[in-house]
Design a protein around this ligand. Structure first.
Ligand SMILES: [Fe+2]
Ligand SMILES: [Fe+2]
Length: 188
């Protein structure tokens, strides 16, 4: 990114049109690097998330995205699978809504809902071992996206801890990440 002249205001209310025009131009340039920052956040999962699993959280995420792609899921879904756990390091108690917030301006509300609720739905597979409620997801049984979230957990999450699976490298998904995160964002 090119060096930007700093604004002089100390309160936003005192900023000039010229200063904000410069800042806006800088924001636009910064937004173009979002795909790289998303990929970096996924890469950081090599050492992120709770330890003790058979694979790193990065390997888990690559396995998830690879399975989704090999099942013929759309690009948005594959990218959502890739990033679904990026909140594990900074938002360990709300990592679903963290990832959904990153995705929300660029993908469907249904996909965001799936990602946001996957931690609660996933509890079906391990809850009783860790003091959680296996059936917590039942509260959403009548929700239109219930089955889709069950499917995500069953096919692309709870089963993605296999160190012998031949997942694709992060570089393979870079063009997909770029195609999603360079779209015109929807503010919601
Ligand atoms: Fe998760
Ligand atoms: Fe996961």
């Amino acid at each position: 990114m090119t060096e930007l002249a700093r604004a002089r205001f100390t309160r936003m209310q005192d900023g000039t049109a010229e200063e904000f025009a410069r800042i806006e131009a800088g924001e636009t340039e910064y937004a173009r690097t979002l795909p790289r920052r998303v990929a970096d956040a996924v890469r950081a999962l090599e050492t992120g998330g709770a330890p003790g699993y058979a694979v790193s959280r990065l390997e888990h995420s690559l396995q998830s995205a690879t399975l989704a792609e090999r099942d013929g899921k759309p690009v948005d879904y594959v990218v959502a699978a890739l990033v679904h756990d990026i909140g594990d390091s900074l938002a360990p108690y709300s990592h679903g809504s963290y990832a959904a917030a990153v995705l929300r301006p660029f993908v469907s509300e249904e996909l965001c809902w799936i990602v946001s609720h996957h931690p609660l739905f996933q509890m079906y597979y391990y809850g009783p071992h860790m003091g959680g409620d296996k059936h917590a997801r039942d509260q959403f049984r009548d929700h239109p996206w219930y089955e889709a979230t069950v499917e995500f957990c069953e096919k692309y999450d709870e089963n993605c801890f296999d160190p012998d699976y031949d997942w694709l490298p992060l570089e393979h998904f870079a063009p997909l990440v770029a195609s999603v995160f360079t779209r015109e964002p929807t503010f919601r």
